[in-house]
Design a protein around this ligand. Structure first.
Ligand code: SAM
Ligand code: SF4
Ligand code: SF4
Length: 368
């Protein structure tokens, strides 16, 4: 007689694997945990990125391409999404393990209803540097309330400074002018210095590099160019589409001479350059051509409460289930610490032409 094996649904399976993993890990009592808490590659836990929604009103071709995120795409339901109290509780516990910097992201974080209330809760945590990354589509009307809630700075994603290219890249025909109004409103509200993130994709917007520099040079805003990455499994990434950071610096330097600047702190992902004429600085983020895994101190909390130890991970650990099963603070701290201490990720250092085909979690879900 053949024996049938009961099938688990995916969530149940992931949770069982997680429990098994926890059982196999050494769970130290919180008071005996080392400080700083180091992973297998001697990296300390310092930053937490929190994705507050997996939804977005843009369909940037490199992040949420329309054919994968169409009208029938199943976004998370209300119950699946971590509640503000749950996020704030985890964030507080993370600070006890050394986290000093929290970035809210998504999806589009400003689409999360009452995001200001979450910001108030996080801003009340001692010693936290709190920032947010946004597509700025509704920033003009939100900037002041975000600032009033306690947000310190903001990063705006903007891939071109000409309306036609910008509309093509957001793929929902969103006008550039509204984003520029958002940036101005953020500056007036004091969410400064404003960083402007530009993903550069060959054949799509490398012509936008110099116009972006001309537009923001001298404004105090810092434009940072990001190499197109193979996040998720839907953006059709090819190495040929990556414009390297070195190439970007050459393009800018030819017209606006640059000189290197020391990093603000060890592990800063952006390589800093300043204009020799003293009119400000720019950054390049060489996540593909010069991997910075060696200094990667980030953990990521997804919209539905899974913790990820790498942007390119294929699985997370279900902290929502732990929270909703009534885990106490000590258990949560020990679980986070055990995950960090067992962390050995270095995806970008070992990326090959074939690794992009490996199954990975989507960026809009895990948080950029
Ligand atoms: N919706 C918000 C926004 O666009 O700013 C926050 C979430 S978005 C996923 C965070 C950052 O990830 C953005 O600056 C975006 O440009 C970047 N990003 C998304 N997909 C990327 C990719 N394939 N390569 C490099 N950066 C990417
Ligand atoms: Fe939305 Fe940001 Fe992704 Fe663009 S990069 S699709 S704005 S989440
Ligand atoms: Fe960090 Fe993973 Fe990116 Fe390396 S590949 S820098 S470990 S998130």
């Amino acid at each position: 007689m053949t024996k049938t094996i009961p099938l688990l649904d995916a969530a149940e399976f992931a949770q069982q694997q997680f429990q098994q993993t926890l059982r196999n890990m050494r769970l130290a009592p919180p008071e005996t945990l080392p400080s700083p808490l180091l992973d297998q590659r001697q990296r300390a836990l310092h930053d937490l990125r929190i994705s507050v929604t997996d939804r977005c009103n843009f369909r940037c071709t490199y992040c949420m391409p329309k054919d994968a995120f169409g009208r029938d795409h199943a976004f998370l339901s209300h119950d699946e999404v971590l509640r503000f109290e749950e996020i704030a509780r985890l964030a507080q516990l993370f600070t006890r393990l050394g986290v000093r910097k929290i970035r809210l992201t998504g999806g589009e974080p400003l689409l999360r209803k009452n995001i200001e209330r979450l910001i108030e809760m996080l801003a009340a945590i001692d010693g936290i540097d709190l920032t947010l990354t946004t597509n700025a589509s509704i920033l003009a009307k939100k900037a002041q309330s975000l600032r009033n809630a306690g947000l310190q700075r903001i990063t705006v994603s903007l891939d071109a400074i000409d309306d036609a290219t910008f509309r093509r890249m957001n793929d929902v025909n969103f006008p550039l002018a509204r984003v520029l109004e958002g940036i101005d409103a953020a500056a007036r509200a004091g969410l400064t210095p404003i960083k402007i993130n530009t993903v550069v994709k060959r054949g799509v917007n490398e012509n936008a590099i110099l116009p972006l520099i001309r537009a923001f040079k001298g404004s105090g805003h810092i434009v940072r160019f990001i190499e197109f990455m193979d996040v998720g499994a839907t953006n059709g990434w090819r190495m040929d589409d990556v414009v390297s950071a070195a190439e970007i610096v050459d393009i800018i330097n030819a017209e606006f001479p640059l000189e290197p600047v020391d990093p603000n702190y060890q592990g800063e992902v952006a390589e800093r350059w300043r204009f020799k004429d003293g009119s400000g600085e720019i950054g390049v983020i060489a996540s593909v051509t010069q991997a910075f895994c060696r200094d990667c101190t980030r953990m990521r909390l997804s919209t539905n409460g899974q913790l990820f130890t790498c942007l390119f991970a294929d699985r997370g650990y279900d902290f929502r289930a732990l929270l909703r099963d009534g885990a106490d603070d000590d258990t949560l701290i020990r679980a986070i610490a055990a995950l960090w201490q067992n962390r050995n990720d270095n995806y970008s250092e070992i990326r090959t032409a074939n690794t992009p085909r490996v199954k990975k979690i989507e960026m809009s879900y895990i948080g950029g």
